[in-house]
Ligand binder design. Structure first.
Ligand code: GMT
Length: 378
C-alpha cells in the first residue's frame, strides 16, 4: 500500500509512535510518505520506500496565526496526486484529522477517493480537544474519518464520554521495537552516573504540568533519604526551571542529573533501576513502556491508560495521582531488596513483550485493508 502518515515530528509520544509505525510498515513492503512540518525526530533514515514531504507555511505579516492546516491540506492533495497515496493515517486529531478531511473533499472534486484513518493519542482528547473552542471541529473530524483508533481502552472510554461519536473506535495499543531494547551496548556505563551502592531512578517527559514533575522530585527526595540513589531527568519543557529550583531548595541538586532532550534514551534506561511517571493524566504512557522494555520497574499514578501498561505489584506499583507518600513507600519497597528488584525488573520486561511491534503493527495493516475495501464498495 502507499500510505501517507501525518504526525507531529517532535519528541512527543504520538510522533514517536507514528514514526516507528511508518518505519515498520516500510520494512513490511509498504511505501510510506511522512507529511509534516519537520523531519520526525526518530526518522533518521530515509530509503526508497520511506519519503518525507515538508509542509511549508510561508510567513505573511497580515496573518496573526499562520494557517498550518491550510498548508497541510494543500500538501496532502499535491502528494496524493503526485505519489498515488492510497490512504492517509493521521496521528493526533488537532488539526491533522481536520486538514485531512479538507484534502479528502478537495480530491473528491477531482474524482480521487482518499480514505482517512485517525489515531487519537490522548491530549488531543483529554486536554485540548474537549475545550469548547475546539470541540465541534474535533467531533466533526473524528466522525468524518473512515476509521478511528485510540491507543488504549481508557482513551476510547474518554473519547466516547467527552464527544458525541458516531464512529466505531478500535483500540490499537502503542507498541515497541523490543530489539532496540535488547541491550547489546558495550557502553552501558552505569559507573559514570552513580556509585556502585547507588540506585538509579529515571524520569522522561516533556516537563509539562500534566506530568506532575514536582511529584517526581518529591518522590525522589523521599527515596534518597532511605536509599543511596541518583535521579536522571530527561526532557525539556516549561516546568524545568521550577524543578531545578526545587532540587536546590531541597538540597538534592548534586543527586539530580538533567539531560535535556535525548535521542538515546535506551542508553540511559539500560542502567536505570526505577522509572517514575506520576502524571495527572496519561492515555497510555509510552515512556513507561520504553522503560519496561529496558527491564526497568515503574512507579506511576493509576490514571488513564497507565494501568493497561504498568501492572500493579508485577512490573511496578500504581498510586492515586498526587499520593507522593505511597509512591515513596512503593519505590523503597522495590529498591531495598536486591532479589525483589530483580523480579520487578524482569516482570517489567516480560509485560513489555505484550506490546511487541510485530504483534501490533499488523492490526493497523488490517485496518487500512478493511478501510480500503469498504471504500471500493462505495
Ligand atoms: O504526553 C505528552 O506530553 C505527549 C503526548 C503526545 O501527543 O505525543 O502523549 C500522548 O500520546 C502518547 C502516545 O500515544 C501517549 O503515550 C501519552 O500517554 C499521551 N499523553 C497524555 O495522554 C498526557
Amino acid at each position: 500500500m502507499k500510505i501517507g502518515i501525518v504526525c507531529y515530528p517532535t519528541f512527543g509520544g504520538s510522533g514517536v509512535v507514528a514514526t516507528e509505525l511508518g518505519l515498520e510498515l516500510s520494512k513490511r513492503g509498504h511505501d510510506i510518505h511522512f507529511i509534516t512540518y519537520n523531519q520526525p525526530v526518530r526518522l533518521e533514515l530515509l530509503s526508497n520506500n520511506v519519503h518525507y514531504h515538508e509542509v511549508n507555511v510561508p510567513e505573511y505579516p497580515l496573518f496573526h496565526y499562520q494557517p498550518y492546516e491550510l498548508a497541510l491540506s494543500s500538501k496532502l492533495v499535491d502528494m496524493v496526486k503526485l505519489h498515488g497515496i492510497e490512504i492517509v493515517h493521521v496521528h493526533y486529531a488537532i488539526p491533522h484529522a481536520y486538514a485531512a478531511y479538507m484534502a479528502k473533499k478537495m480530491l473528491k472534486e477531482e474524482g480521487i477517493h482518499l480514505p482517512i484513518v485517525t489515531t487519537l493519542h490522548g491530549t488531543d482528547i483529554t486536554l485540548v480537544g474537549s475545550h469548547p473552542f475546539y470541540k465541534p471541529a474535533v467531533t466533526f473530524s473524528i466522525n468524518k474519518s473512515d476509521a478511528v483508533t485510540t491507543v488504549s481502552q481508557s482513551l476510547k472510554e474518554d473519547t466516547l464520554r467527552l464527544f458525541d461519536i458516531e464512529k466505531e473506535i478500535n483500540v490499537v495499543p502503542n507498541f515497541i521495537d523490543l530489539d532496540k531494547y535488547n541491550h547489546g551496548f558495550t557502553d552501558c556505563q552505569r559507573g559514570i552516573m552513580a556509585k556502585d551502592n547507588e540506585k538509579i531512578v529515571t524520569h522522561i517527559s516533556n516537563l509539562r504540568p500534566v506530568k506532575r514533575v514536582q511529584d517526581v522530585i518529591e518522590v525522589f527526595y523521599g527515596i534518597q533519604k532511605e536509599v543511596p540513589s541518583k535521579l536522571m531527568f530527561i526532557g525539556e519543557g516549561p516546568e524545568k526551571e521550577g524543578i531545578e529550583n526545587k532540587c536546590k531548595a531541597l538540597g538534592i541538586s548534586d543527586k539530580v542529573i538533567f539531560f535535556g532532550r535525548s535521542n538515546e534514551i535506551d542508553k540511559i534506561l539500560c542502567f536505570s533501576d526505577l522509572f517514575l511517571l506520576p502524571s495527572q493524566t496519561e492515555s497510555f504512557g509510552l515512556a513507561a513502556l520504553e522503560a519496561m522494555a529496558s527491564g526497568v520497574a515503574v512507579i506511576s499514578s493509576n490514571t488513564g491508560g497507565i494501568p493497561e501498561v504498568n501492572i500493579d505489584g508485577v512490573s511496578g506499583f500504581l498510586s492515586d495521582v498526587g499520593d507522593v507518600q505511597d509512591m515513596v513507600k512503593n519505590a523503597i519497597h522495590i529498591l531495598t531488596d536486591e532479589e525483589r528488584l530483580k523480579t520487578f525488573k524482569s516482570n517489567a520486561r516480560r509485560e513489555a513483550l505484550k506490546f511487541d511491534l510485530h504483534a501490533i503493527v499488523p492490526k493497523y495493516e488490517a485496518i487500512y485493508e478493511d478501510t480500503l475495501s469498504k471504500c471500493l464498495v462505495l
